[in-house]
Design a protein around this ligand. Structure first.
Ligand SMILES: NC(=O)c1ccc[n+]([C@@H]2O[C@H](COP(=O)([O-])OP(=O)(O)OC[C@H]3O[C@@H](n4cnc5c(N)ncnc54)[C@H](O)[C@@H]3O)[C@@H](O)[C@H]2O)c1
Length: 349
């Protein structure tokens, strides 16, 4: 297991989406434990680009970090980066157009980044014979499936948004490359990630912002929403532990009764979630407490594309890497609020 400098100092990892929320945390952690990290990001303005620039600025303080500002859609530039860095020991793809609701407004951003971009990355990994490709999928792929907790061995074929459909498509595209070219690939279904340097378009940050500005918070599904909120360090720990566990073919995989999470090819899916769903209202109450200010609430119906609840079964993750996310919502939100207040003090005045 990669846990210290001595076992990992020579390894070189490509982290796409490194200026994003999870990418920044993963790259920081990999640098901390001794990896060389090549980061890639197109620095788009889907949300405030200043926070991406600030995250990137911190990564660039480390001499083992190098950065390329390109989009995954740019095939020739991507090939150049792979050629210059041959070989990457592993590639972690976190670059994507994220967000469920925005996929109803700008579907083409999702097909460009998540489909065209992803096939370019698969091609680059195939050509360079990368030892392990890990990529971000999402809990949203469970869609209409309400069998709780969400289990990677259950079918997930009824997405409720184009975002979810592109993430499911990534899993299928990755499987075909794993089968055809023996490319070891691991798909990671993340569950509602939150924490310091979080995304301004996601609930935790949005709620904190509105509370501080005295603006109303829209609470969808009349407050009856549950999410398996997962602290970002727990996500990163899961990813780091999986990097040196490239999947192998499952010898007992049965074509008559195909398990969606494993394969005859070197392919594997995992959920990474806290395994403890929390009501959205609980998150709002904790934010009020930590920010010392009351929220104004506006209750609204459920939004198109949204699911009511998410809940991760993480038995496979625990069995493979001996790890279970552990940061409680109370502790995680407290750390988020500490960061939020200092960020707005230091960066936005
Ligand atoms: N945050 C969550 O709760 C969550 C949950 C499930 C899945 N995910 C997935 O995890 C990954 C990381 O999410 P995040 O929350 O850090 O999102 P993020 O938007 O903060 O990070 C994504 C980064 O990728 C970059 N990017 C977007 N399109 C690109 C392209 N075509 N080429 C190069 N760079 C591009 C963006 O500029 C951004 O910095 C995404 O794939 C997302 O779909 C996130």
């Amino acid at each position: 297991m990669i846990t210290n400098l001595s076992s990992s100092h020579s390894k070189k990892i490509l982290v796409t989406g490194c200026a994003g929320f999870i990418g920044y945390h993963l790259a920081s952690r990999l640098l901390e434990i001794g990896f060389q990290v090549v980061g890639l990001d197109n620095m788009n303005d889907y949300y405030d680009a200043a926070i991406k620039q600030a995250r990137l600025g911190l990564l660039q303080q480390n001499r083992r970090f190098s950065f390329h500002r390109i989009g995954l859609e740019n095939r020739s530039e991507l090939e150049r980066i792979f050629a210059e860095n041959d070989p990457f020991d592993a590639v972690v793809n976190l670059a994507a157009q994220a967000g469920v609701r925005y996929s109803l407004v700008n579907p083409h951003a999702y097909t460009d980044a998540n489909l065209v971009g992803f096939v370019n990355l698969l091609e680059a990994c195939r050509a360079a014979e990368v030892g392990h490709l890990l990529f971000a999928s999402s809990s949203s792929v469970y869609g209409s499936n309400t069998m709780m907790p969400f289990d990677v061995h259950h079918p997930a074929d009824h997405p409720l948004s184009l975002y979810a459909a592109t993430k499911k498509a990534n899993e299928l595209m990755a499987h075909s490359y794993s089968h055809l070219f023996s490319l070891p690939v691991t798909g990671l279904r993340f569950f509602t990630v939150y924490g310091p340097w979080g995304r301004p378009d996601m609930a935790t940050y949005l709620f904190a912002d509105r509370i501080m500005k005295g603006q109303p918070i829209q609470v969808f599904n009349h407050g009856r929403m549950k999410r398996d909120f997962t602290y970002v360090d727990d996500i990163v720990e899961g990813v780091v532990r999986l990097i040196d566990r490239p999947p192998v073919p499952n010898p007992s995989w049965d074509r008559q009764n195909p398990d969606p999470a494993t394969s005859h090819a070197p392919y594997r899916l995992y959920n990474i979630g806290h395994n403890e769903p929390v009501e959205l209202m609980r998150v709002i109450r904790l934010l009020e407490q930590y920010l010392g200010k009351e929220a104004k609430l506006e209750f609204q119906p459920i939004q198109p594309g949204d699911v009511e609840a998410t809940y991760a079964d993480i038995d496979d993750l625990t069995a493979t890497v001996g790890f279970k996310p552990s940061v409680s919502i109370e502790e995680g939100l407290r750390r988020f609020v500490d960061w939020y207040l200092s960020y707005h003090h230091n960066y936005s005045g």
